[in-house]
Design a protein around this ligand. Structure first.
Ligand code: DX5
Ligand code: ZN
Length: 237
């Protein structure tokens, strides 16, 4: 089980220190939300911030681009230290070129899907990705409530992974707390993004451990879990 604290919920005044705190507390990856003020009504970080985080930890940086025009941003984020680059399937006919571009940059290839979009939209791309991110809230803001209707989409994505013998990681993002993580894990999620629940606790170490324990307890038997996805090539630092 991968636990990826979302820096969106960290103290923005000391982001690098917060990233280091999460890394020392046992996080597996760090999730970094990039919002462009257009795809979603909010603005967050640019490549300079990702580079600042990269300088304090070697953990994989899971960069989630909620952006209408990510094509020109992929290389700068990769150079800044992104390990995984995730773009949204809602970009429709631009998706194939974006996935190729991410692969050519040597990063892990991620594809995200919003709650209202039917899961069938990702089906054509499953063989080309390392990570499928099922949004469990509408993107744009941290601290929202988990949308239960997304659970069947996680189940379908896990079923396709089994049936097709693929190894993409299945990530959930949004409203994941100590309760909702159970149904995510039961449905087949193996990569858990959580912002408010982790950074909102007094001890992020204890919160990560607790989230991991609950997720692992509710995960399907190990035999059903995929082989670890291809690791992205590390960037030169
Ligand atoms: C939402 C972001 C999430 C967000 C999750 O648009 O993609 O990564 O940080 O935050 P919580 O866990 O607070 O819902
Ligand atoms: Zn995210």
């Amino acid at each position: 089980m991968i636990i990826a604290p979302s820096l969106l919920a960290a103290n923005p005044g000391k982001l690098a220190a917060e990233a280091e705190r999460a890394a020392r507390a046992g996080a597996d990856w760090l999730h970094v939300d990039i919002m462009d003020g257009h795809f979603v009504p909010n603005l967050t970080f640019g490549p300079a911030t990702v580079a600042a985080v990269r300088r304090v930890t070697r953990l994989p940086l899971d960069v989630h681009l909620m952006c209408s025009r990510p094509a020109t941003m992929l290389a700068p984020f990769r150079e800044a230290g992104a390990g995984y680059l995730t773009v949204h399937v809602e970009l429709e006919d631009r998706v194939p070129a974006l996935l190729w571009q991410i692969k050519a940059l040597g990063a892990g290839v991620g594809l995200a899907i919003n709650p209202p979009t039917p899961i069938s939209a990702v089906r054509p791309w499953l063989k080309q990705i390392d990570l499928l991110l099922v949004m469990t809230v509408n993107p744009g803001f941290g601290g929202q409530s988990f949308i239960e209707e997304t659970v069947p989409k996680i189940q379908q994505a896990a079923a396709w992974r089994r049936q097709l013998g693929l190894a993409y990681r299945l990530e959930v993002d949004g409203g994941v707390n100590f309760d909702t993580v159970r149904e995510c894990a039961r449905a087949g999620a193996d990569t858990i993004v959580s912002g408010t629940t982790l950074f909102g606790q007094h001890s992020i170490r204890r919160a990560i451990r607790k989230l991991r324990q609950i997720a692992e307890r509710h995960a399907p038997p190990a035999v059903c879990l995929p082989a670890p996805a291809r690791l992205p090539t590390p960037v030169a630092l």
